[in-house]
Write a protein that binds this ligand. Structure first.
Ligand code: SAH
Length: 377
């Protein structure tokens, strides 16, 4: 997979190993990154150690980027050896890295078993935001989304979800980046609420002060709207909610995102969202991809205002990112402006998501699709 075009493999890259090599043996061992903090405590106890050893190991995994248990120098040599015998530390392997002229960086990552995912680092004024994948592929088949066209390969594990952050941090350290990675959005491949258990344990781990230590205010989970996951996620209070709406009525939503819209019809979705527990000053973000001539008319903007009149929400408009094989066109800048103004004039908070990393196919699923189709430069 290494194409030699600026690939920066993390230190634990596994080249395709011959059978029975130590690499292969390591691959069959459980990955320490897949354990929650409590599971790591249980493992320590099972190994005859006090539970508090987990704190030290956790720090090595998530803050000190250890590539092997043998690197955990503040725990005894004997325990290190036993951990190494029973477990391994495997990061997702960077198979390609693409850097956009606007600073956006996209990683194509290979997971155990060969599944591939993407993650994108987006520079902003005072920080980086990382767009994370929750599944390899996606079962939702939304008609405007490249990932949707691929179908679902599998759910990501706890370690694979969070491993994307380790890869990004390693890269940022390697280039001496001045900005920190502060914000996380689950807007990469997959439907996070259809990988609910792993998502939740990953979110819990994210906030661990001895680990990655992200504030829940800086984590956003984007969903097409899945019950009961959406309310369970709200009650857990581990991040903000973004809902991919894309249409102001059920009929059109069914055309744009058939599976999701049929599974949870729009009126019911809005009812569920009214029950979503929000903190003070917190909003639900509604994502709306503007598809030229499909959902971008002034009338549809007014319908959207009506639909959102009873929820505490803000709108994130996104101009459709054109991609070969997708049956839509980008909206004209004039239509975008008019659409946005109608929402504004009715008092809604609206942001227009800037399209970043166009030259590296940074929209959801696009790098992988381009890679598979041989379109990439
Ligand atoms: N399944 C979740 C998470 C995936 S993120 C969800 O649907 O919310 C999905 C987001 O990716 C969409 O809301 C949209 O903002 C973006 N997206 C996907 N394909 C796109 C495209 N071709 N152009 C612009 N945005 C796209």
């Amino acid at each position: 997979m290494n194409s030699g075009d600026g690939v920066d493999p993390a230190p634990r890259v596994h080249a395709s190993a011959a059978p029975a090599s130590p690499e292969t043996a390591a691959r069959s061992k459980p990955n320490l990154l897949d354990l929650s903090f409590h599971q790591l405590e249980d493992l320590m106890v099972k190994l005859g150690e006090p539970a508090f050893r987990a704190r030290q190991a956790w720090q090595w995994l998530w803050q000190k980027a250890a590539a092997s248990p043998l690197e955990m120098t503040n725990i005894s040599k004997e325990l290190r050896a036993r951990l190494d015998q029973a477990t391994a530390i495997r990061w997702p392997v960077v198979s390609r890295r693409l850097e956009s002229s606007d600073g956006t960086v996209k990683f194509l990552l290979e997971l155990d078993g060969g599944a591939e995912i993407e993650t994108v680092l987006i520079p902003e004024k005072d920080r980086y935001t990382q767009c994370l994948s929750s599944q390899a592929g996606c079962a939702m088949a939304c008609t405007f989304c490249r990932t949707g066209q691929m179908g679902l390969t599998r759910n990501l594990t706890h370690g694979e979800i969070l491993g994307q952050i380790l890869v990004a941090r390693h890269y940022l350290a390697s280039i001496g980046a001045a900005l920190k990675l502060r914000n996380l959005v689950f807007m990469g491949m997959g439907e996070p609420l259809l990988n609910y258990d792993n998502l939740l344990s990953a979110l819990e781990s994210l906030h661990h002060p001895q680990g990655l230590d992200f504030s829940s205010r800086r984590v956003t989970v984007s969903t097409v709207g899945i019950v009961p996951g959406i309310l369970e996620f709200g009650r857990a209070g581990l991040g903000s909610l973004a809902v991919s709406l894309h249409a102001p009525d059920q009929e059109l939503r069914e055309k744009i995102m058939p599976k999701a819209a049929k599974a949870l019809p729009l009126p019911r979705l809005m009812e569920v969202l009214k029950q979503f527990p929000l903190k003070v000053r917190e909003n639900i973000t509604f994502e709306y991809v503007l598809l030229g001539g499909v959902n971008d008319s002034p009338e549809q903007a007014r319908d959207l205002v009506r639909l959102l009149s009873h929820v505490k929400g803000k709108v994130n408009l996104i101009a459709f990112n054109e991609s070969p094989g997708l049956p839509y066109q980008a909206p004209s800048p004039e239509r975008v402006e008019i659409f946005q103004k109608i929402l504004w004039d009715k008092g809604l908070t609206v942001t227009l998501r800037k399209s970043k990393g166009r030259d590296i196919f940074a929209a959801c699923g696009q790098l992988l699709a381009a890679h598979e189709c041989g379109e990439e430069q």
